[in-house]
Design a protein around this ligand. Structure first.
Ligand SMILES: Nc1nc2c(c(=O)[nH]1)N[C@H]1C(S)=C(S)[C@@H](COP(=O)(O)O)O[C@H]1N2
Ligand SMILES: [Mo]
Length: 279
């Protein structure tokens, strides 16, 4: 099984190397991503855990590289979204290895859902005293609306500064739901079958929001509207778009990218990108 994964990696590399000579390099990219997706599936059958982790990192790195390449083509601002600053006076504000983008790349693994805001529901469940099922109005009634300006850091290398988010603090929602003493983490779920794990102390920071607006305008579907999670202190993959559920759990349950070799915490300042980068 490990050999099959290795073969798929080599084939994906060959496709990428040959891409510039092809008439349609983006087709090569797609083909390489398909090979990597297949490699990712096969990974689950690799019995030797060390080997599996090593291969998972290799797959994750290549996917990250290919995603970064795609992003170069979508750096134009999303329609109606202001350009973000590409210069900072304080270089310490940008995590190591990140570059600034004026535009707002759209990054997700499957198509955006087409669900009107009026029909949106988010459920707070799992290890809570009171399970909450909220539409957007109920969400706004339950917790004060706040604005927080924060930076978004994607593990593929781009950082978008100064995003003005409007929403409710997750901490305020959890205060009503009442985490049980056993709750240590949450699994945030969103369309489509996307999940990310978060320690409760990260989820309850002051700038951790469920947000429905960006720069004062309703959040467009491509960027997670009607409702998305915003977790500025961690890599962007934790900021689940089209969020439908926060499930409190009593242990660290890996989500979509964490299962595919990315770090369980995903902390840009501490260079925690891939599993194996330390705790
Ligand atoms: N539901 C869902 N949320 C998601 C993703 C995804 O694939 N599906 N991608 C994540 C990643 S890797 C990043 S960097 C951010 C990007 O948000 P943006 O597309 O608004 O820039 O969304 C995150 N949230
Ligand atoms: Mo990302």
């Amino acid at each position: 099984m490990a050999d099959e994964v290795q073969t798929l990696l080599t084939r994906a590399d060959d496709v990428v190397k040959a891409a510039p000579a092809r008439r349609d390099p983006s087709a090569a990219r797609k083909q390489a991503l398909e090979l990597l997706a297949e490699a990712r599936e096969r990974l689950l059958d690799v019995a030797d855990t060390d080997r599996q982790l090593d291969l998972a990192e290799q797959v994750a790195r290549r996917i990250g590289d290919l995603e970064a390449e795609e992003l170069e083509t979508v750096l134009a601002p999303s329609p109606g979204v202001a350009r973000a600053p590409t210069h900072v006076d304080d270089p310490g504000r940008v995590p190591p290895g990140q570059h600034l983008t004026a535009g707002w790349p759209v990054l997700h693994v499957s198509a955006a859902p087409d669900i009107p805001a009026a029909d949106w529901r988010v459920t707070i469940t799992g290890r809570v005293e009171q399970r909450l099922v909220l539409d957007l109005d109920a969400l706004r009634e339950l917790a004060p609306t706040v604005e927080r300006t924060s930076d978004l850091h994607c593990v593929t290398g781009w950082t978008r500064l100064d995003n003005a988010w409007t929403g409710v603090r997750v901490a305020d929602l959890l205060a009503t739901a009442g985490p049980k003493p056993a709750a240590t983490h949450a699994v945030a779920a969103g369309h489509r079958a996307y999940t990310a794990n978060l320690p409760l102390d990260e989820l309850t920071r002051d700038d951790a929001l469920l947000a429905w607006a960006h720069d004062g305008a309703p959040l467009v579907s491509a960027h997670g509207g009607p409702l998305r999670l915003v977790i500025p202190a961690l890599y962007g993959w934790k900021s689940v778009k089209w969020v439908t559920e926060l499930r409190l759990v009593d242990r660290d349950v890996p989500g979509y990218w964490e299962e595919r070799g990315y770090h369980h915490l995903g902390a840009p300042w501490r260079k925690r990108r891939l599993r194996g980068d330390g705790v």
